[in-house]
Design a protein around this ligand. Sequence first.
Ligand SMILES: *Cc1c(COP(=O)(O)O)cnc(C)c1O
Length: 415
Amino acid sequence: MDYEHVREVDPAVADALVGEVDRQRSSLQMIASENHVSEAVLEAQSSVLTNKYAEGYPGARYYGGCEYADEIENLAIERAKELWGAEHVNVQPHSGTQANQGVYYAMLEPGDRILSMELDHGGHLSHGHPANFTGQLYDVEQYVVDAETGRIDFEDVKTKAEAHDPDVIVSGYSAYPREVEWERFQEIAEDVGTYHLADIAHITGLVAGGVHENPVGTADFVTGSTHKTIRAGRGGIIMTSEEHADEIDSAVFPGGQGGPLMHNVAGKAVGFKEALEPEFEEYAQQVVANAKALADRLQDHGLRVVSGGTDVHLVLVDLRGSHPDLSGGTAEEALEDAGIVLNANTVPDETRPPFDPSGIRIGTPALTSRGFDEDDHRTVADLIVEVLDDPEDEDVRAEVLEDVAALCEANPLYE
Ligand SMILES: *Cc1c(COP(=O)(O)O)cnc(C)c1O
């Protein structure tokens, strides 16, 4: 990965790309929404398909020369159907947000009502935040998690569903450490006569790998990002029943997008093929086992883990329990200096501002992709705590950085 063609044209960008490869190799990527795709997916996503216009859908394009684009998009669709058991799949959304936009645009009118989880409690911007188009176009009501248990407060969901009479209920989150009970949402949606959108952006790979319950077939619409746990490169996806197939397809194109990013669709096809191999189930199991090992060890050190543990690929730490004077932002910066990259995150019942909240979110998908096991994650937990206990101490950071380097060397990336 020396980017020699880029270097001939543009040394500044080549230097930055090489720097990024080195950064990913030599530090621990623990941002829960990130992953390391295979070199096969990288190659597909940087292919000549970036040149190709393919507006429309396979067999019905607005441009000529689409035979290979058609073949690749059909493969992506067929593999997604097999992975998640969906009747209808659209692989053209540019990202997870555009997948959600596709569903809203297909099913809602401006002014219609959305019921979703608060951002502070683990929701996503595209679920109705005031700074997002969803918060401006739609009338949004939000439910919360129970502050004690850290779990979805279904009484709150039910009460708000009855009072707000939403046109869609959104489930699925960015920072929720527990299994989501899709049926309970579906039941509430049916009771109040509304649609249910399950946004599995973070957990696409956990669902495909059989370690999280699958909402496909239960929820009316399932959306996701393809670059998170499913490891198929940057992009989005929508899954639904035959009944809503045409509405969804025309909401994505021409409703909300122009030409599909066919190089990314190729990445999805390749990543989905990898995910259909039996090894991917082992990967998904290891992601969760690693997160549990990490959560247990952090709790052994006295840290407060939201909900007391995890069922998924992430651990949410509420620093107010063990480090009341340390903000999430300061923790994030100190850890990054020590080679551990993660993000500050809001926690339930947040008392600090959103740009410098009280928690940190720690994910295991990327480290698991480069071979880290439970023992490694216990070591990583120890290193995280060392930095959190002494965030100002440069010697501590330097020592941790050395341990990080050893872990990276033992689990090489993109050799
Ligand atoms: C990541 C995420 C998305 C989509 O984000 P993109 O960056 O647009 O792919 C949507 N919903 C949830 C819950 C997410 O976590």
